[in-house]
Design a protein around this ligand. Structure first.
Ligand code: NAD
Length: 287
């Protein structure tokens, strides 16, 4: 069975549109997201365009600051200082990856944590780690949990979750969220021994590796819920390219209980959760 990320994201956006309308009528606030794009990476341009479009579609304000690829780190920090101090801006997102001469960790650390809608600032990851409320949680991991619940219902307690990948963007935060949901969590990574056997334990298997069709059918427990975060472009026999996930979908789909397809699974949830974080940041600015 497929878990429909497109539909889940559409439903979430509809709920968020209501919240935006309420914020406007109750507090006179229209949530605003500002996205900074440095350079002309084609994939980043598409992501930013989609983020801005979807933000506006649910009644929020968004704008984009486009900077040339040779923008210096100090200059970018000045932009951030200005945005951090602008009370009309609730969410700031610096599109990654940044050009090599800019240190991403310095830039992430310079974003006001209360406006850090990507949830990558150490203050937000620390709050998530501590299980505190009010953290802005990274978007893709939030989406993963919503999709798992879509199939399993709201109570994930006691499930054994195996997360393959330990990045700050996906693997670690999704593991923290699963722990908050009272799962027993195993984090697997490039040095994990006997990975197929580890994965076979999983009631919930999250793949965030970045290797096309890496997770094979015999790694997956019968009936498991599989959340495929990977986005990998591969060549087809017809000489074209297509997107696939980190899971060997065609062979796993018949064995697992449910799986998120690629495309149409986790991907659409990421932007929907970015909108959610911007609304949370706007709400927290008045409460
Ligand atoms: P990353 O490269 O930062 O991390 C990959 C992780 O996989 C690492 O922690 C590494 O330990 C692990 N790994 C690598 N090789 C392994 C192996 N042989 N066995 C076990 N583990 C191994 O990547 P990331 O940023 O976490 O992204 C992972 C994937 O998710 C990528 O395909 C990326 O494009 C995709 N992604 C999708 C979305 C979305 O919105 N759907 C968002 C972010 C990332």
């Amino acid at each position: 069975m497929n878990i429909d990320g497109k539909l889940t994201a559409k439903n979430l956006r509809a709920e968020l549109a209501v919240e935006v309308a309420e914020l406007k009528s109750n507090y006179g606030i229209q949530p605003k997201l500002t996205v900074i794009l440095v350079g002309e990476d084609p994939a980043s341009q598409v992501y930013v365009r989609n983020k801005i479009k979807q933000t506006q579609e649910i009644g929020m304000i968004s704008d984009e600051i486009k900077l040339p690829a040779d923008t210096g780190q100090e200059e970018l920090l000045k932009y951030l200082e200005h945005l951090n101090n602008d009370r009309n801006i609730h969410g700031i997102l610096v599109q990654l990856p940044l050009p090599k001469h800019i240190d991403e960790s310095v830039i992430i650390a310079a974003i006001n944590p209360n406006k850090d809608v990507d949830g990558f600032h150490a203050m937000n990851s620390g709050r998530l780690f501590n299980g505190e409320t009010g953290a802005l949680v990274p978007c893709t991991p939030q989406g993963c949990i919503m999709l798992a619940k879509q199939h399993l219902g709201s109570d994930l307690s006691g499930k054994h979750a195996v997360v393959i990948g330990r990045s700050n963007i996906v693997g670690k935060p999704v593991a923290m969220l699963l722990l908050q949901e009272n799962c027993t969590v195993t984090i697997a990574h490039s040095r994990t021994k006997n990975l197929p056997e580890v994965c076979q334990q999983a009631d919930i298997l999250v793949a965030a590796v970045g290797i096309a069709e890496f997770v094979k059918a015999d790694w997956v427990k019968e009936g498991a819920t599989v959340i495929d975060v990977g986005i990998n472009r591969i060549s087809t026999e017809e000489g074209k390219t297509k997107l696939v996930g980190d899971v060997d979908f065609d062979n796993v789909v018949g064995k697992c209980g449910a799986i998120t397809p690629v495309p149409g699974g986790v991907g659409p949830m990421t932007i929907a959760c970015l909108l959610k974080n911007t609304i949370t940041a706007a709400k927290q600015s008045v409460c």
